[in-house]
Design a protein around this ligand. Sequence first.
Ligand code: ARG
Ligand code: ZN
Length: 875
Amino acid sequence: QPVLLKDYAPPPYLIDRVELDVDVREPWATVHARLAVRRNPGSKDTGRTLVLDGEHIELLSVAIDGRALAASEYKVDAQNLRLESVPDAFTLETRVRFDPWKNTRLEGFYATKDGLFTQCEAQGFRCITYFVDRPDVMAKYLVTLHADKERFPRLLANGNLVASGDEEGARHWARWEDPFPKPCYLYAMVAAKLDLLEGSFTTRSGKNALLQVYVEPGKVDQAGFTLHALKKAMQWDESVFGLELDLDRFMIVAVGDFNMGAMENKGLNIFNTKYVLARPDTATDMDYYLIDRVVAHEYFHNWTGNRVTCRDWFQLSLKEGLTVFRDQEYGADEYSRAVARIQDVRKLREVQFAEDAGPMAHPVRPDTYVEINNFYTPTVYDKGAEVVRMIHTIIGKAAFRRGMDLYFERHDGQAVTCDDFVRAMEDAAKVDLTQFRRWYSQSGTPVVACRGEYDATAQKYTLTVKQSCPPTAGQPEKLPFHIPMAVGLVAADGADMALRLEGEPRAQGTNRVLDVREAEQRFVFVDVPSMPVPSLLRGFSAPVVLRSDWSDADLTHLMAYDSDAFNRWEAGDVLATRIILAGVKAIQAGNVPEIPAAYIDAIGRVLVNAARDPAFAAECLALPAESFLAEQMDVADPDAIHVMRKRVIRILATRYRTRFEGAFRHFSVPGAYSPDAGAAGRRALRNAALAYLMELDDSTARALTFLEYRRAENMTDTMAALQCLANSSGAERERALGMFFEKWKDEALVVDKWFRVQATSELAGAIDRVQALLKHPAFTLANPNRARSLLFAFARANPVHFHAADGSGYRFVAEQVVALDALNPQIASGLARSFDRWKKYDAARQGHARAALESIRTRDALSNDVREVVDRALA
Ligand code: ARG
Ligand code: ZN
């Protein structure tokens, strides 16, 4: 049942043209398809059987070259339509029907309150019509939609509108033609009642493109930022990569019921409303930032994904890793490079490193899967982006750009592999990336241990670097990786030293990239006048766990002076992690944990210098997440981690109360709201200060926060205050939550925030409240955003309560996985992944987690999606 990379073979038949006629008449969607089929000259398969994919659809008729087939001439089952002895080239016609109103999986063509929408990636097209549903089958599409004019005034599909008109029975039709051949996972259509915001963009070659953002009726006032972001992304791709829009029209459609973030269908992107709708009073700075990044991501896919696509789904990172790298760079250019990098790395380490260490570990290019939807993972996306970034670091910006140009020159219009991408980079830069390719095939997070030795007499500094990679699921042994390690040496006065490696005629800068390739390797720096503090892995130049023998004083030195902003932040993060983990040990041993004065002083300096870069200061004030800390322990102790982390916050809040109060007053942002990096950074710092003050949970802090809650005019400040109150013991809590719901009950995305803030509350009894919220009239499992706001928030972002020692959190989440699976397997399996790290915990918790997982596994109607996740967790 698993699909294997090594079994890849080209498709025996290709489909060059697709004509679809789609008729929407509740409860049916009837799809008439005409496919131009021919033998694939590139296939070694000499059989004459054509196997088409089709699921959840009812076959009404089949014809070849106009001749209707009798039932004896084909075989149809729940997955396939098989035709024997087909000609070399022919027209295949099928008619099918299905009920989009019963489609709760939100895959294929499905109905929601405003109309009908598609989601085809990875394998949803087979739920619309019979097809060879794989990305290396590329065709040109002509699509005609018919529907009731009043209910579904908008009829959209990929490409250009070529004709439209009215028809009998108060209905209308529209015909769309997409000039570019595409794999069927990029197919999209919409029949809905939507409002429209339009704009235009003149490409650098002078083409005027029509830009459209379609949203639910009445919400055009929340679409402006998305249109603005789209234009910025188009501009950026032209100036950074020389890539231009290739269509006359580019459409974004927002839908409230959507399994993931967004989808890059050719010319007709379909988005989760979460990544489209924003107004200052409904969306936070983080929402705006993510909209900007996701709009750019989907737009960038037009070249990296659509013009050049994947040969098979094992190559998913070819488009996703590269496109995430591109949207990260866009974010870094549009906002603060250092802060963007810190946030991306934080997420990578919290989520992807944990994935790499758990039962679902897989390489950036997986070699096996049961359900492809389970492999849209942080490894494929975010580690994949790191792998592309490392190539960029190794060959440099100019060569990387030449590599991209060569990649498009060679592969435009093709379905290719990760290896094709690496080869283009190699050829353009004239480097050998043979060893580097292991990043694509080996799973697991490498550990890089560094030891420095200073020889004062010889004025030499020797850096010894050892790399290893722990065994992961299916991969007991690993070969050494090619790791680009950016380093600097920081002198006692804080300045960077000039770097000259032994054997080099002269120093080459103060920041350089070492090529680490061996299991153990030494780098000898000469002309080192005094003992330096090494700044290692600057900018997080490789996705590895770094171990080094820094003293606390070395770390505070780097916090104060490192010229690399990422490493200034990182030094504080390493020190905080060290302190909290030592405190956890002390707590476990019944001792009182200590917090070194040097750390407290260093945080004091962060506050004093905050005005230099408020957003950066806010990052420095954010302690490592509980989930990240848990990963650092052999046996995770969620309670002690929680207690110790809070203790550090409270000690800092007590010590610096005046400074936090000062920051809260000083960094207010006057004037009209803007989500730009400067204003957002000030709000981030101010709200971080408020959160510290609220840890004191006294009446002064609560009153201040409640006042702030009522005064706030934008959602960023509102949510910051509400989140503090949701974790506090005072009467203000219920008042604020009640006011919030009353005010926002008709804005779905804001109601999601209301559920989330309660689901993540650390107060005792959180699980009872979450269970009560399941019965709230505004809750529904059928809407993925709502399910995420309550259930995923609880299971992923409330570790103390999810990992409750009595197993109540595990039992609750397991029940919800089963309930969700009956509606929407993709969302259910996402929730099941919350159990990934169950073996990190103590024996009693493991017992509860195992029982919970087994209770899921014994259900008989389990989806492939959930089964794969649970089987791997229990293996
Ligand atoms: N290609 C989309 C994006 O990253 C995501 C599609 C996710 N599909 C899925 N089956 N999970 O932009
Ligand atoms: Zn993507």
